[in-house]
Design a protein around this ligand. Structure first.
Ligand SMILES: CC(C)(COP(=O)(O)OP(=O)(O)OC[C@H]1O[C@@H](n2cnc3c(N)ncnc32)[C@H](O)[C@@H]1OP(=O)(O)O)[C@@H](O)C(=O)NCCC(=O)NCCS
Length: 164
């Protein structure tokens, strides 16, 4: 996508990133999970302070198109890519690829040799395109709902290049 800027998360991004998360789960991920599972995963009410702390605790990156936040991703000190969400209005245009490329480069530069992700049914094909492999199927418990997902990982040392 032209003019897509990927930059570090800033404190003022809390509201926009939450909107992206909510729209991505309620819109895109709803094709793979039941309405009850979706409502538990992305409730309508957010604790913005907690959201802000969690985004700031990780190395979070934001993708912007014309000043609008289109998506975001991150990695933690524990070597986990915790979040990857793209607003449905910007879906299928390489926003996730740009974000994950940045995350993989930054994680490698920070000394990580491997990155893990708990990938949703919706995101698994994208992570596979980025070079992640499925290590195990699992069930996540969120708000009393059980959601199928996958433990996936990528070897940052042996990876022959990261996606552009
Ligand atoms: C998964 C998600 C982040 C992808 O974002 P996106 O910006 O639309 O993805 P991109 O346009 O960068 O596409 C990524 C790659 O995955 C591929 N892809 C995506 N969905 C696919 C599918 N269902 N089947 C096959 N390939 C798929 C694309 O073709 C693309 O491959 P390419 O770059 O080699 O052509 C987005 O759909 C989303 O936010 N989903 C809902 C929330 C979610 O489940 N997040 C993950 C939590 S772990």
């Amino acid at each position: 996508m032209e003019n897509l800027l990927v930059r570090p998360y800033e404190a003022g991004d809390a509201g926009a990133t939450w909107q992206v998360f909510h729209a991505a789960v309620r819109g895109t991920a709803s094709r793979d999970y039941t309405p009850s599972q979706i409502a538990a995963w992305a409730p309508d009410v957010v604790d913005e302070g907690r959201w802000q702390r969690r985004r700031s605790a990780a190395r979070t990156f934001v993708a912007c198109q014309g000043g609008v936040v289109a998506g975001f991703s991150d990695f933690t000190d524990a070597g986990v890519l915790d979040m990857l969400f793209v607003h449905p209005d910007f879906g299928g245009r390489g926003v996730a690829r740009a974000l994950v490329g940045r995350v993989l480069r930054e994680a490698a530069a920070a000394g990580h040799s491997r990155l893990l992700v708990h990938a949703s049914l919706t995101a698994r094909p994208a992570f596979e395109r980025f070079g992640f492999v499925v290590d195990a199927s699992r069930v996540a418990e969120i708000g009393g709902q059980r959601l199928a997902n996958f433990d996936m990982s990528i070897d940052l040392v042996r990876a022959d290049g990261v996606p552009n």
